[in-house]
Design a protein around this ligand. Structure first.
Ligand SMILES: [Zn+2]
Length: 484
């Protein structure tokens, strides 16, 4: 009798598992991957976005051209709804007047005597087009949000690797009138490059105001990358209103090495900077949304997407054109396979993640205002590289873990505790019950191109992008089946 009851219970458990996951068996997962890899649209669409629009800095004419392209593109697939949300975004513009120069007798003498300054430059040495000259133009770009200069600003360089170093030099009066180079590099021991980025990015975001407190004339920040090369990586910086606003540039990592070494051997080294960038009044822009209506819970939403804006270096291909194309392609694949979702599935291209997060904040506010319930939100903002898995909210991780066997054949079974992302964070603030997930591709190459002129379509691999789109589609289906 006892044995028979146990058998009955086991049968019930097996039936309920297969019922709750009726459309998430290994055959359906296989069909999702086949559709992405054989009939995929993500790579072609990303190419169109990168090559016909290019970069999409918030508030720029290109960003709005991109929005129009996205609307047309999504409408052509006849999803249940395609629409925009109006959002007011900040506007910061780079200028053609943008340069950093170095004047150094020591470097000039070395070059005249044909000494290679190789040890400054690691593998980038051969690329550095230095000839003996009165002054050298260095590979540097203004940080997003920086003020411009009136004419040229000049100063000696002070190199710091930590806040403590800045404070002690500042208290000794060494910072006044100087160019401060924040030169803390990525910790190469960290396997997850996002952790290395996280421990360095504060010097980019807050460095200018920290140095301005001690009277610095300008700030330079080592580019946020594992590479040693001649590409400068921009990114957002934020001023503290209690101190004067000083101009800030990112310098290529090889240039940061060069400056650090030269500063030790050349007391007369001088830098000059001229920037014409400026902040303009806010402008209207848009989030772009496409959705497939849920058959069982039409008012309960699973949102997935990336940010549509990008920095103005490169084409915003990995950051975050790839994330937007993952989301669009996931929605397309499920429609192509005639998948009938239980929840409303919503692909979202958020605007203004890079320098304001206005699109994400508006999206969450609107959801709250009209009483929409999000059961889950997934963000893809780590590039179009080989998928490895997902960061998963602890709210739902236990529910997902029994299905990791479906993900294993595709190498995407990593389900790290704790998902999230800049664009979906505001949803959690208005409703703590929404489960957040992040798509996790391989992180080793993201910071090679992040916010740099090298973030272009040519540096996206077709198969890697398609595998990512299929992975997002599979996770969306799992969420749709497992959540109420
Ligand atoms: Zn991004």
């Amino acid at each position: 009798m006892i044995i028979r009851r146990c058998f009955f219970l086991v049968c019930c458990a097996a039936v309920s598992l297969s019922l709750s996951a009726q459309q998430v068996d290994s055959l359906f997962v296989r069909r999702i991957f086949d559709e992405a890899l054989v009939n995929g649209h993500s790579y072609q669409r990303l190419g169109e976005l990168c090559k016909t629009i290019g970069h999409r800095l918030s508030g720029s004419a290109q960003a709005e051209k991109g929005v129009a392209w996205a609307l047309d593109m999504l409408r052509s697939y006849r999803f249940d709804s395609v629409y925009t949300q109006d959002v007011i975004v900040p506007v910061w513009e780079r200028s053609e007047t943008e340069a950093l120069w170095l004047r150094s007798k020591a470097l000039s003498t070395q070059l005249r005597n044909k000494h290679k300054p190789a040890d400054y430059l690691c593998e980038a040495f051969e690329e550095l087009p230095l000839k003996p000259a009165a002054r050298y133009r260095l590979q540097a770009v203004a940080l997003g949000g920086s003020v411009g200069t009136s004419g040229e600003v000049k100063g000696k360089i002070i190199v710091v690797n930590s806040k403590a170093e800045l404070d002690s030099l500042g208290k000794a009066g060494r910072i006044k009138g100087a160019f401060v180079l924040f030169n803390r590099s990525f910790d190469e021991r960290l396997i997850n490059t996002f952790a290395a980025y996280g421990s360095c990015v504060g010097q980019r975001v807050n460095g200018a105001s920290e140095a301005a407190r001690f009277g610095a004339a300008a700030v330079l920040v080592r580019s946020m990358t594992n590479r040693c090369d001649l590409h400068a990586h921009t990114g957002v910086m934020i001023y503290d209103d209690s101190v004067p606003r000083i101009p800030a540039m990112a310098v290529a990592s090889a240039i940061a090495n060069l400056l650090e070494r030269l500063q030790q051997e050349d007391p007369d080294l001088e830098l000059a900077m001229q920037l014409g960038c400026r902040t303009l009044p806010d402008r209207p822009s848009h989030n772009v949304i496409a959705a497939t209506r849920g058959a069982v819970f039409p008012n309960r939403i699973i949102a997935f997407g990336g940010h549509f804006d990008s920095w103005d270096q490169g084409e915003g291909a990995h950051d975050d054109g790839a994330g937007c194309m993952h989301a669009f392609e996931a929605l397309r694949i499920l429609k192509a396979l005639n998948y009938q979702p239980r929840h409303t599935l919503r692909c979202v291209f958020w605007m203004n993640e890079e320098n304001g997060l206005r699109g994400a904040k508006l999206y969450a506010r609107e959801a709250q205002r009209i009483g929409e319930t999000h059961v889950a939100a997934l963000e893809s903002d780590r590039g179009g590289f080989t998928p490895r898995g997902f960061g998963v909210d602890t709210l739902i991780r236990k529910k997902l873990l029994p299905y990791s066997y479906l993900l294993e054949p595709y190498g995407i079974a990593t389900l790290e505790p704790g998902g999230g992302g800049a664009d979906i964070g505001p949803l959690k603030s208005v409703d703590p019950s929404v489960a957040l997930l992040s798509f996790l591709p391989d992180p080793q190459r993201y910071f090679d191109v992040h916010h740099a002129e090298t973030d272009v379509f040519e540096n996206v691999n077709r198969r890697e992008l398609e595998l990512g789109a299929a992975s997002v589609a599979v996770m969306v289906v799992l969420l749709d089946q497992l959540l109420d």
